[in-house]
Design a protein around this ligand. Structure first.
Ligand code: ADP
Ligand code: ASP
Ligand code: MG
Length: 815
């Protein structure tokens, strides 16, 4: 004997009814089958709204018509596909049932309320009619049917809307039916009968429970629950797209999953199956090939301890605090007993060890009832003090993580809380399930979906994701996108995935999705009509739900650089090739770092000095490990390295500068390079990194050019005027050469923090002697590195090297 239960999702239309009939036929060939049916999808919801709209007869009739039409449409279509279907007979029954409902609606209107026994009758019509339709499909295919009437045979105890089955008595009753072995057995789910043989319900979604009960009563070998998904997933697959199917889970795990909200199973389904040791398989009516999920007594040790992540919404949390609790130790106990007596289900409890307060969560719909109970029952116990000390939080959800002995997993808590914290999700309460198979977290409902995705990724995905929001698509930004695209497979093999979420310049922003390939992003960017400004940016920050989110600033925009503290406080790491933040006031410089420390976020700027050369990281490594500076000397400008190199080859200053400009080594107006200010900025960043508290104005700049050159704002004019000082320069070069030296534009940091940038004559022993052609070189004389300094040398400009520096910062977010 095998039980097959089909849920509403498997009976949503005529085609699905016929598909279910085919599944029954196929299974019937091997062994006797007993079928439990739910109402077609949405039907119970319509019936519930009849009850809810109990004062408005027109609205009640509207709902009744809606439900009736769905049934009529279903049978019309069945008749079309299977012409021999007993259509007229079925239609007659549907009409009778809905006429009954219309009469009930009239009397509800008259009495202006709908008692629970009548509610149960109304809400059960979907299941009753599903059975009629299915029996007529099967009869028309010449099968013999036995219908089990659940009102007479499934004895249930409790209220009319959510009662509990007495399995032993039901088993006795069903055994006495002596069902013919060749018959297909059909029974309506969701329905049972009380001692007085009145119809009662087993609670919403309760036909899974009916199937489990019938399996026990008929000594079935297996209970199959057929639905619209392949089985039990690590989370609701309709919400979490990368949730995956669990091949098998234990009874205890299934119980815990369903209790904490995995709707695929009614919470009470598993208990009876476990008691009678009947395995259960969850299968998909729309995918017969899938093996589904097996729920049974074994526990597969090879599987991940964590089985799933679930959610319960519409939760309210009561917190009771104050002296009263301290004085009257039994108040928690008393409150819980009162709630239990009123059948109010407490989902979760937390209690502070100081005994000064406790909190409990229930469904929000119970809130008024609970307040009423407190008001009524605590009269003698300083009711006023109690009610003054009750704090209620609405609109909550409970996220639970389920797995057998889940607490054995030592890194669980850190993964959960760091991933939620990373996305700035506030945890309101935490509770360990008394079974030790779950951990539950109370959070605001507005954050539940986001939190489920985050926690699911943190616990089930070995991959580490970095989510990039790129601002600035000049040479460096573009080169960075290319490099990320090129390294995709290489990084995937290391379980790293970099997802660029947005790309923007000062005007527009492109939101990337899976259809936009990093190879063709420019086409989509051109088509994008979404404007980019600080408001768009702030919306983006607020709504971001990704962990390891990084803003990369590849602009030279000062306004943007002033937003970094804001970015960090909103949960982003910041990577800047833009130097403006680090050369801003010392106060801002320090504030960024304080915020980053507070928020546990990274602020990385390796490319601020020497482009891709590992300058900042090297310095941090040295000083973190106790080294100290004796002296720094460096060539920090690629353009000045090129120009001063050319002077040695007897090329005039103006010609060398023009060549540098033509090769793209200089700013649009080369005056900006020759002014020395850019070198001073880099020196400032280095000095601050070493620990000197200085401002840009503290750096002594010995100008390369006479002051009057400032007036030449136009590059052509500037280059023309530069000729006026060619001979002076040539003379300096000659003098230096006569004593075996060359001219270099050098930045210096002395011990104590004095900084200067100036032209220096360098002898052949100095590591800077050979540095030209656009190369940068940085020499650090330190306690550890002396008398021979630590030298970093290489190209200090260029899109590819700068982008690779930004890229390596990006990987430091997770490595
Ligand atoms: P039926 O009508 O067949 O009883 P339900 O809607 O009651 O179907 O239950 C199936 C639904 O349960 C799925 O469509 C899915 O969205 C939801 N669900 C929630 N959590 C899970 C989970 N962990 N695994 C599979 N499905 C889940
Ligand atoms: N039809 C009922 C409901 O929607 C029972 C069930 O589907 O299991 O709650
Ligand atoms: Mg269901």
């Amino acid at each position: 004997m095998k039980i097959l239960k089909f849920g509403g999702t498997s009976l949503a239309n005529a085609e699905k009814f016929l598909c279910v009939a085919d599944i029954i036929e196929n299974n019937k060939n091997n062994e006797q089958v007993a079928i439990v049916l739910s109402a077609p999808a949405q039907i119970t919801n319509y019936l519930v709204s009849i009850v809810e709209k109990n004062t408005n007869i027109n609205q009640m009739l509207e709902q009744i018509d809606l439900a009736e039409n769905i049934f009529i449409e279903i049978i019309k279509k069945i008749k079309k596909i299977q012409s021999y279907f007993l259509y007229e007979e079925t239609k007659k029954i549907i009409t009778i049932e809905f006429n009954k409902l219309k009469k009930i609606a009239d009397s509800i209107k008259l009495f202006e309320k709908c008692p629970e026994n009548i509610q149960a009758i109304i809400m059960s019509r979907g299941e009753i009619l599903s059975i009629w339709i299915m029996q007529n499909i099967l009869r028309s295919r010449n099968y013999k049917i036995t219908i089990i009437n659940p009102i007479e045979n499934i004895l249930s105890i409790g209220g009319f809307l959510s009662s509990t089955v007495d399995i032993n008595e039901s088993k006795k009753r069903i055994s006495s039916l002596n069902i013919n072995k060749n018959h297909i057995i059909l029974m309506a789910g969701f329905i049972a009968g009380n001692k007085k043989n009145e119809l009662v319900l087993l609670g919403r979604n309760g036909s899974d429970y009916s199937a489990a009960i019938l399996a026990c009563c008929l000594d079935a070998k297996l209970c199959e629950i057929w639905t619209d998904v392949d089985g039990v997933f690590t989370s609701d697959p309709k919400k979490i797209s990368n949730a995956f199917l669990l091949k098998s889970i234990s009874y205890d795990e299934a119980m815990e999953l369903s209790y904490f909200g995995a709707k695929v199973l009614h919470p009470r389904t598993i208990e009876p199956l476990k008691q009678f040791n009947i395995p259960c398989i969850i299968k998909n009516t729309a995918n017969l090939k899938s093996n589904g999920t097996l729920i049974y007594s074994q526990h597969d040790c090879n599987q991940n301890i964590i089985k799933g992540i679930t959610n319960l919404d519409n939760i309210v949390m009561f917190t009771v605090s104050g002296n009263l609790i301290k004085q009257k130790n039994n108040i928690l106990f008393k409150m819980l007993s009162l709630l239990q007596k009123e059948n109010i289900h407490v989902i979760l409890i937390t209690k502070s060890s100081s005994k000064n307060n406790f909190s409990f969560c229930t469904l929000a719909k119970e809130k008024q009832k609970i307040l009423y109970i407190i008001n009524k029952s605590f009269k003698l116990e300083s009711k006023e003090e109690l009610s003054n000390n009750i704090h209620i939080i609405n609109n909550l959800s409970i996220l639970s993580i389920i797995g057998l002995n889940i607490f054995k997993k030592h890194d669980l808590a850190s993964k959960i809380f760091s991933s939620l914290g990373d996305c700035k999700i506030n945890v309101i309460a935490i509770s360990q399930g008394s079974s030790k198979h779950s951990i539950s977290i109370v959070i605001e409902t507005k954050n539940i979906l986001k939190s489920m995705k985050i926690v699911h990724d943190a616990l089930f995905c070995n991959k580490r994701f970095i989510n990039v929001f790129l601002i600035g698509i000049g040479g460096v930004g573009k080169a960075l996108i290319k490099q990320i695209f090129k390294q995709k497979i290489f990084l995937q093999n290391k379980n790293i995935e970099i997802k660029i979420r947005t790309i923007s310049n000062s005007k527009k922003i492109l939101f990337l999705n899976d259809s936009i390939n990093l190879e063709n992003w420019e086409k989509f960017f051109q088509q994008s009509k979404t404007k980019f400004n600080l408001e768009v940016l702030s919306n983006l920050l607020e709504n971001n739900s990704f962990s390891n989110s990084v803003i990369i600033d590849c602009t030279s925009d000062e306004i943007l650089s002033k937003q970094y503290i804001n970015f960090i406080s909103q949960g982003f790491h910041v990577i800047a090739s833009n130097k403006k933040a680090n050369t801003n006031s010392l106060k801002y410089y320090n504030n960024i770092r304080t915020e980053a420390l507070k928020e546990n976020k990274k602020f990385l700027y390796e490319t601020n000095v020497g482009a891709g050369l590992p300058v900042i990281q090297t310095l941090q490594n040295l000083f973190n490990t106790g080294d100290s500076l004796i002296c720094f000397k460096g060539i920090l400008s690629g353009s000045l390295s090129f120009i001063f190199g050319k002077l040695e080859e007897n090329i005039l200053l103006s010609d060398a500068t023009k060549q540098a400009k033509d090769l793209g080594f200089t700013e649009p107006n080369p005056f900006d390079d020759l002014s020395g200010i850019d070198v001073a900025r880099k020196l400032l960043i280095l000095a601050r990194e070493i620990g000197y508290h200085i401002e840009l104005k503290d750096i002594e700049i010995e100008p390369i050019l006479p002051k009057y050159f400032q007036q030449y704002k136009n590059a052509e004019e500037f280059l023309y005027k530069l000729k006026e000082i060619d001979t002076v320069f040539m003379e300096r070069v000659k003098i230096a050469r006569s004593i075996g030296k060359v001219l270099r534009f050098v930045g210096t940091i002395e011990k104590g923090g004095k900084c200067s940038v100036k032209i220096e004559e360098i002898n052949s022993q100095n590591p800077l002697y050979k540095v030209k052609n656009g190369e940068n070189a940085l020499t650090f004389y330190t306690n550890y590195y002396q008398p021979i300094p630590l030298v970093l040398r290489g190209y200090g400009a260029g899109n590819d090297v700068t982008a690779s520096g930004v890229f390596s910062d990006l990987l430091r977010i997770i490595l």
